[in-house]
Design a protein around this ligand. Structure first.
Ligand SMILES: Cc1cc2nc3c(=O)[nH]c(=O)nc-3n(C[C@H](O)[C@H](O)[C@H](O)COP(=O)(O)OP(=O)(O)OC[C@H]3O[C@@H](n4cnc5c(N)ncnc54)[C@H](O)[C@@H]3O)c2cc1C
Length: 417
């Protein structure tokens, strides 16, 4: 077996092999050494803006990893569209093996680059991609979730009472946005926000939600907090308030059907979430495999104790199972198969449960070291726990699987309170 949980090199395309190699070099030379040398930094540095030194994103930029999804005419790297979801899975797994918060930062950029490429008018693309390419610290954020809740949107319940509360109203030559978004990845330090708002309160959210490009320096946009999270702490999750925030007409990305238009990345997004999750599990497994082959108890290295071997076998099997389902779902997305939606939710849910269990085994096999901040195994468990709620909770994603499998009966809106 090559590396546990990873598709063997021989099964990858040239592009995928090259991207994996590039990401692996970056992660092993830049990211993992930084994480290992700075175990306490994610907790002790009080200003979240400075937790990740600028050099980390600069090196990602030099390696060409930051600009994935940006059209080549603007200097970006466009992946083969026929296998894009599969390639993003390979890349996200590798980056997350280094740090999942860093992967979150980059993933938001990739996904929004893909969205802008598909929906933004040419002049806006030139302007936004130009700004993005010139600044390695430039981050983008995707603002859907509101204090009232996100699950209705994930399902989605397509009725007026479940619609978003952030409103956008068209006035003379501009759109006025009012509302509040929370739990937003990169929300604290993004330079550009993609904002979803209700533009027709009399219909369901699939027909009445529009999306807008809102640069950070737009008057009326205020970043109100950085959320302190259990894991993925090198991504600064934030809250943003829009108060009489005005953007010109051409900043409208999709009118009324923004949730359908965002489909260009909702499915690849779930593939990427599961891939990031897998990367955490692979890192936990690799560190644990090294530890149990070195540490001696009862007169022999731990791996020779059968109870230890059983746990290690369970970890490896779970990683291979997640990897296989991930591959199946990514191929379905790339092929536009009808079962792609259900498979994406299946792998997201399955990965979140199995990788959490892999990380639990990792903590257990490290004994007391597993709980120590300076060793880094507890970080995997914390990072893995965030995936239960990323891109829909596990319960809501499971409900979506059943809706996809039994469309005529399951998940029909049950009515308002
Ligand atoms: C680290 C992190 C990063 C995030 N990044 C982003 C981002 O970049 N952009 C963005 O827009 N959002 C983001 N989110 C928000 C995320 O998508 C939501 O937190 C998630 O979808 C859950 O929504 P909620 O928090 O509103 O919980 P709720 O929807 O209020 O759910 C609360 C509980 O009720 C259950 N529940 C809700 N509805 C139903 C139902 N109909 N049937 C059964 N059970 C139900 C849920 O499963 C859950 O257990 C992020 C969240 C986290 C934690």
């Amino acid at each position: 077996m090559d590396r546990v949980g990873q598709i063997p090199d021989r099964q990858l395309s040239d592009e995928q092999r090259m991207m994996r190699e590039t990401c692996r070099r970056y992660v092993d030379a830049v990211v993992r050494p930084f994480i290992a040398d700075n175990r306490e930094r994610e907790w002790t540095l009080t200003d979240p803006a400075h937790r990740l030194p600028p050099g980390i994103l600069e090196e990602a930029d030099k390696a060409g990893i930051r600009v994935l999804g940006v059209p080549e005419e603007y200097g970006g790297v466009r992946l083969d569209p026929a296998t894009e979801a599969q390639t993003f899975a390979v890349i996200a797994t590798e980056i997350s093996r280094g740090d999942t918060g860093l992967a979150d930062k980059l993933v938001q950029n990739w996904k929004i680059a893909v969205l802008l490429r598909a929906l933004a008018p040419a002049h806006l693309q030139a302007q936004l991609f130009g700004a993005y390419m010139s600044d390695p610290q430039y981050l983008m954020a995707h603002c859907l979730t509101e204090p009232r809740g996100a699950s209705d949107r994930w399902l989605p319940y397509n009725v007026p009472e479940a619609a978003m509360q952030t409103r956008a109203v068209h006035e003379d030559g501009y759109w006025r946005i009012d509302g509040r978004k929370q739990f937003i990845s990169n929300g604290y330090d993004a330079s550009l926000y993609i904002v979803y708002a209700n533009t027709n309160p009399s219909v369901g959210m699939l027909e009445g939600t529009s999306s807008f490009v809102v640069p950070r320096d737009t008057p009326g946009l205020e970043v109100t907090r950085c959320n302190e999270t259990i894991g993925g702490r090198y991504m600064n999750n934030g809250e943003i308030v829009f108060d009489d925030c005005r953007v010109p007409d051409d900043h409208l990305l999709a009118r009324d059907d923004a949730l359908r238009s965002a489909g260009v990345y909702f499915r690849p997004g779930k593939i990427i979430v599961a891939a990031k999750n897998l990367g955490v599990g692979i890192a936990a497994f690799e560190d644990t495999a090294a530890f149990v082959q070195e540490r001696v108890q009862g007169g022999k290295v731990l791996i020779k104790h059968q109870a230890v071997a059983l746990r290690l076998a369970a970890m490896a099997t779970k990683l291979e199972a997640v990897s296989a389902l991930l591959q199946r779902a990514a191929v379905a997305v790339d092929h536009g198969d009808p079962d792609a939606g259900a498979l994406c939710d299946m792998v997201k849910v399955f990965a979140s449960q199995e990788i959490l269990s892999v990380c639990q085994h990792a903590v257990e096999l490290h004994g007391g070291y597993g709980a120590m901040l300076e060793v880094g195994i507890e970080k995997y468990l914390r990072d893995a726990s965030v995936f239960l709620h990323s891109d829909a909770t596990s319960d809501v994603a499971s409900f979506k699987i059943v809706k996809e499998l039994f469309p005529a009966t399951a998940g029909v809106y049950a009515g308002s309170e």
